[in-house]
Design a protein around this ligand. Structure first.
Ligand code: ADP
Ligand code: MG
Length: 694
């Protein structure tokens, strides 16, 4: 096997390759454009395209594609070959700057939330040179943004790039105020930890609900679930280990910093964590990771489940979004420093995040809202639907001291004078890290733990970047006009702590008391997607996004529509799949078993049989089957109703009516599953699925 350092990035058109293959002049100009987010001229584009094509063809590529991230949350690609006909029936391989920079996919089938009228069905894709092109399946993939013809964002990359720029602008204003002049850019960095399940492919294909919906719609609890905690960090099974090895290799080739892999809490559950990088690249890489996980699992005769809650009663999967801010000089702005000056700056950035999270709880909640994650948030495994921040004992005590104007009494006694005192050193990774917190400070970054495993991390990071940009812009406005910088700084920090300390909670987020206390503190508790989504289009939220140039009003309204539609469609597909499985699998299974029992009864008994087990069982099955059919018809009836024109009403209907009816139906199916003999039961059980990989 080739050395990791040799294969790493070998399928990417990375900086080293660019240096080798571009003229000095072109390389310099391209670098300048990418670093300063400027458009790339036609002449440079032509040279880059040609070099890219030569490199890709040498690596065996025959096609190119503009790789983009429409609102479906997965990536899209349309492949064009490099061939170009020449005389005598031959072809040459060609790729122009124009083709590199801009593509025009017919995009009428991607969700647009009404932004793109059908008469202008075409969208266009524009190269994002800040993320390296790469080769996948013999195709040169060019990371691109996807917009409508009139320039509205139709994807997840465009607002992310805009939000990174917004944060960059505001953070630079602050750094300048602190006298920093050598920083040109502030970038947000992210390391997303990805959870997933691996099950046997044959078992997977026997469950139409897993295939169509990504989750099981029924299934009685297995005798052994995750009670023994014997899977967490356990040794890897051979097949899983082979899968992970290949996944690492393939990810490394594509320049993805896959770092940590281990078994998770639930049986068949695993995690992969990369080393953090710029948010835009981390987002692209996480999409690639999810795609490769599924492909490589398939190769190993397994299925990779990315759904937030594939199995009821068993831990679901999330994606911890580790987020921080870093300067192009390599300074992490959320890292406490060694001097009073650095500490004052750290405290200001820290307070900016605290303020942002408190003031925009609704947006953060929405950024992790979908039908799948509704099964997780608020259940006993994931953070609740209430947003709060964990700071750790020491930092919380420091903020408290500032708030009260007291001395901080830690290992040393300090009077916390902002800009004059040095923060005590607190360990980066304290052992009392609170695993129940939805938003935890972990030494030099924040870990947002509510993100669902299927999500593109673009959404949550667009929100984080934008709301923190807003805090920073308010601080900068005040500080820029201050006569006494230190005094104003100190006032801001004190005042913001006083105003937003309610969002800080170091206790157990899973406890019932927290729900009551959070309510008393006035924190939002938006339990479901349909509870949360209407907040998205509140005027103040639209103003916020507009102010920072991240999303326009029409873009937000469109996204709102898309989210509501996606929610309703997801539940509808689940309900239809469930009905189908009940009719074609569960009812026939039960009837076959009943027939078997009836046959035995005829053979065995002549006289009174009412006390016999066979009779009792048959009666029970028969009763359950009746109930099952009643509930099935109710659900079918609901699905026959015409959808409302109002997307919110429609989503509410699916949540309040259809989803509840599915749960009722499920309860009956689960009971039947415990009674019907295995050989008659049509579908693999939880135990069979969860322990299918041996
Ligand atoms: P855990 O104990 O949750 O696994 P780790 O310290 O191992 O935490 O880090 C988890 C993730 O956080 C990794 O993906 C790591 O690269 C990422 N991370 C570390 N520092 C930063 C940072 N400054 N910005 C963003 N992500 C970071
Ligand atoms: Mg983590």
């Amino acid at each position: 096997m080739a050395h990791v350092t040799e294969i790493f990035g070998s399928m990417t058109f990375n900086d080293e390759v660019m240096k080798q293959r571009l003229s000095k002049e072109v390389y310099k100009r391209l670098k300048h454009c990418t670093q300063n987010l400027q458009p790339i001229g036609v002449d440079i584009a032509d040279s880059v395209a040609n070099a890219m094509k030569n490199w890709a063809v040498e690596k065996g590529a025959t096609h190119f594609t503009h790789w983009f991230q429409p609102m479906t949350g997965i990536t899209a690609e349309k492949h064009d070959s490099f061939i170009s006909p020449i005389a005598n029936g031959k072809v040459i391989m060609e790729f122009s700057g124009k083709e590199l920079v801009r593509g025009e996919p017919d995009a009428s089938s991607f969700p647009s939330g009404g932004l793109r009228a059908t008469f202008e069905a075409r969208g266009y894709t524009a190269w994002d040179p800040t993320s390296y092109a790469f080769i996948k399946d013999d195709t040169l993939c060019i990371p691109t943004a996807f917009c409508s013809y009139s320039g509205e964002a139709l994807d997840k990359k465009t607002p992310l790039l805009r939000s990174m720029e917004a944060l960059d602008n505001q953070a630079l204003r602050i750094l300048k105020l602190f006298g920093t002049t050598n920083v040109n850019r502030v970038t947000t960095t992210v390391g997303p930890e990805q959870e997933y399940f691996l099950i046997d492919k044959k078992t997977y294909l026997q469950r139409p609900d897993l295939v169509a919906c990504g989750r099981t719609l029924f299934g009685a609890r297995p005798p052994k679930g995750q009670e023994l905690d014997d899977h967490y960090f356990g040794s890897l099974k051979g097949r899983v280990s082979e899968f992970m090895k290949e996944l690492d290799q393939e990810l490394w080739k594509l320049g993805v910093y896959a770092k940590t892999k281990h078994n998770e809490v639930a049986p068949a559950q695993h995690e992969l964590a990369p080393i953090f990088t710029s948010t835009n690249i981390a987002t692209d890489h996480n999409q690639i990771t999810m795609e490769l996980m599924q492909k490589i699992a398939n190769k190993h005769n397994m299925a990779c489940l990315l759904h937030e809650k594939p199995f009821a009663g068993i831990n679901g999967s999330g994606k911890h979004n580790n987020w921080s801010l870093s300067t192009d000089t390599g300074i992490n702005l959320l890292e406490p420093g060694d001097t009073p000056h650095e500490n004052a700056q750290f405290l200001l950035f820290l307070v900016a995040v605290i303020k942002a999270v408190d003031e925009h709880q609704d947006l953060l909640r929405i950024s992790v809202a979908n039908a799948g994650n509704d099964h997780r948030l608020g259940a006993n495994e994931a953070p609740p639907a209430i947003i709060s921040i964990f700071l750790g004992e020491e930092l919380e005590a420091i903020l408290k001291a500032i708030d009260n104007g007291d001395e901080y009494v830690g290992k040393e006694r300090i009077h916390m004078e902002i800009g004059a005192s040095v923060l005590p050193k607190f360990p980066k990774d304290t052992t009392d890290r609170n695993r129940t917190s939805p938003f935890a400070f972990t030494g030099n970054k924040f870990e947002f733990r509510m993100v669902g495993s299927t999500f593109s991390i673009s959404g949550p990071n667009v929100i984080l970047n934008t709301i923190v940009a807003e805090s920073l812009s308010q601080f900068a406005d005040e500080l820029e006009k201050a006569d006494d910088f230190n005094a104003t700084l100190s006032d801001i920090i004190k005042q913001e702590i006083a105003e937003h300390k309610r969002i800080i909670f170091n206790g157990n987020n899973y406890a019932d008391e927290w729900v009551a206390e959070a309510k008393a503190r006035g924190l939002l508790n938006l339990r479901t997607t349909v509870d949360a989504l209407p907040y998205y289009v509140k005027d103040e939220n639209i103003d916020l996004f507009t102010k920072h140039g991240v999303l326009s009003r029409p873009e937000m309204l469109a996204r709102y529509e898309i989210m509501l539609e996606e929610y309703a469609k997801t539940i509808r597909i689940e309900a239809l799949t469930f009905i189908d499985m009940v009719k074609k699998g569960i009812v026939p299974s039960t009837i076959s078993y009943e027939a078997e029992i009836a046959k035995v009864m005829r053979l065995k008994f002549k006289a009174d049989i009412s006390e016999k087990l066979e009779h009792r069982l048959l009666t029970k099955l028969s009763q359950l089957l009746d109930t099952l059919y009643d509930k099935l018809e109710v659900l079918e009836g609901s699905l026959l109703q015409e959808d409302s024109d109002n997307s919110l009403e429609n989503a509410k209907f699916y949540r309040e009516v259809v989803f509840s009816q599915m749960n009722e139906l499920r309860a009956v199916v689960d009971e039947l599953e415990t009674l019907v003999a295995d050989k008659y039961w049509e579908y693999p059980t939880y135990a069979e699925i969860l322990y299918s990989v041996i």
